[in-house]
Design a protein around this ligand. Sequence first.
Ligand SMILES: [Zn+2]
Length: 399
Amino acid sequence: MSLDGARKPGAPDGRPDQAIAHANGGSTVQVLQNGASAAPPTYLTHRLRLNPNSDHRPDNYEDLDLEFSPSIFSSLERYLPPNLLQQARDVKVDYMREILRRYYPESERVRLQKHREYRQKIISNYQEKRSITAPSLSSQRLHLELYSMHPTNFFVPSFLKAINENTEQAFRNIMSEPSPGIFTFEMLQPRFCEMLLAEVKNFEKWVHETKFRIMRPNTMNKYGVVLDDFGMETMLEKLMVDFIRPISKVFFPGVGGSNLDTHHGFVLEYGIDRDVDLGFHVDDSEVTLNVCVSRQFSGGELFFRGVRCDKHVNTETHSEEIFDYSHVPGRAVLHCGRHRHGARATTSGKRINLVLWCRSSVFRESRKYQKDFSSWCAECQHEKKERQRLSVAAIKMVF
Ligand SMILES: [Zn+2]
């Protein structure tokens, strides 16, 4: 399936007339396309269990200099075969590393290393101190506050209260679920939104002045910036772990919502002189958080068309899956990354959205051993029911 084949929407109400695109962020874990490398170990010798050992306390890997993030190791550990759980940390590291390397062929690892260097270069240039030699350059972070997590300054009180209570009922109290699997709730304070907009503008000015080459958030957008690339990675990691994962654990357990361990955070810009719309696609994420941070725009509605696995991504939409959503500033939309969607044209003003793609290495790994995704793919579910109906019919024939 093409990663670059963003198709214009046009016919979002029925069957997509071309292959659906995968909006794919270039920065972190991706869906495996290249398969395992030729060398052993193989899936037969090195694989994870489908269900975690929830009593097990994972080791801490923070102090090791590994090519993959320490949090990925901690999150994978509960899924190791039982005989490995009590082994020394380096034995577990070796085993998990082999599994992770299957995700990343050599070329992908080189690309990731280059991306880390690129990110470091931006961060060391776009920083806290104004350049002495060229004081007019906007080489300075505008709102330092944005670069670390300040919950009471970022979030509205109702959202914070629900997170602190951390129960399904508390989440339900602040949410609406206008269509199955799509949750919306008040989240960001207006002041946070203004600061973020100003910071993005400041960063873009710096990019323009320094002629720095920047990478766009994914293969489908020509505008927008990756927030992780210019210093907000730690803040966004906290946003995922402390605020989005507790909610996802309750509402998206079947698609890795309890094990979100990596993220890709960016802003998208829509308007007459920006990206106008966004074609029908699925995200390269398990759970997507999308919050509108601008106020002056019209149009730009999201259209949703049902959750599908890879195999069924181009199948028809059922009427009950059709749902359109108009953005409200500061209000979040949370949905499964496999929920097919797109954005209609922003017809006036500028619409800017903060998007956080949350990913689960464990879910991606376990998905490889499975063929039936009837717990979340509507088409797999339909096929399963059909198989059951046929077998019941066959039994009736016998009698
Ligand atoms: Zn399916």
